[in-house]
Design a protein around this ligand. Structure first.
Ligand SMILES: [Zn+2]
Length: 251
């Protein structure tokens, strides 16, 4: 299986990063895609991909929560850093109006610039939206030839279909295991061909680990939940979502 979204370069894993990654690989989570956060996380992420070249893959971008008035300088730093290293996507980028709405215009501009960057590099995008789906989707619509994933998707059926029609995948993670998320109903009606599995480690650990530090190994809890919802075998969920990830990220 492939964890299409985790942040193993963050300090939460400083005490036991190596063991966590080896445990995952041994358990069949053979690849883990790590989207960057901002200019302070670039070196740690690159170091990790160098250490585990067959298992850890990087996406580079500026996270919307790190977009402030100096975003152009940060984008330039990230862009020049990424020019000299391998990456499978532009991310994590998007719109987040949950924590701070003061930089909405900057977030929109940064997203446009990074979408354009992805098109130039012929790479998919990893999009984060929190209270920002409509704003992000509006910008997506102004681009053609763009593909990628809306990670930690929690939207409704209409939003899911709009994304699929635009050539996007939906990243499904621990939230689907939370009681009353409503996401199980949405996912039950969607074709598996557009779903990617992700943990968003260290955040959003699935039940029964909710609230604890998340790990890519819990991807299996998410696959199990999807199998249950769709009334199919976990092997089928694993096989199809792994193919989806390989197709999108050209792994
Ligand atoms: Zn993330």
């Amino acid at each position: 299986m492939i964890d299409t979204h985790c942040h193993l370069f963050l300090s939460e894993y400083d005490p036991d990063r190596q063991q966590i990654i080896e445990k995952c690989i041994n358990a069949g989570i053979e690849k883990m895609i790590n989207p960057n956060v901002d200019d302070t996380t670039l070196n740690n992420l690159k170091e990790l991909t160098t250490k585990f070249p067959k298992h850890i893959y990087a996406a580079y971008g500026l996270h919307p929560c790190s977009v402030k008035s100096d975003y152009r300088i940060k984008l330039e730093l990230i862009r020049s850093f990424a020019a000299e290293t391998s990456m499978v996507a532009v991310g994590e980028i998007g719109i987040d109006l949950y924590w701070d709405t003061n930089f909405l215009n900057e977030q929109k501009k940064a997203l446009e610039i990074q979408f354009q960057w992805a098109i130039e590099k012929n790479l998919p995008v990893i999009v984060h939206t929190r209270n920002g789906f409509d704003v992000a989707y509006e910008i997506v619509q102004t681009f053609s030839g763009l593909t990628g994933v809306f990670h930690a998707f929690t939207g409704n059926r209409e939003q899911a279909i709009k994304l699929i029609e635009k050539g996007f995948y939906l990243g499904i993670g621990g939230i689907i295991t939370f009681k009353n998320s409503g996401l199980d109903r949405v996912v039950s009606e969607l074709p598996l061909d557009y779903i990617l599995l992700e943990t968003d480690s260290p955040y959003l650990a699935p039940a029964p680990y909710r609230g604890k530090r998340n790990e890519p190994i819990y991807l299996r809890q998410i696959a199990e939940k999807i199998a249950m919802i769709k009334n199919i075998g976990i092997e089928e969920v694993e096989a199809i979502t792994t193919e989806n990830a390989k197709r999108l990220f050209k792994l």
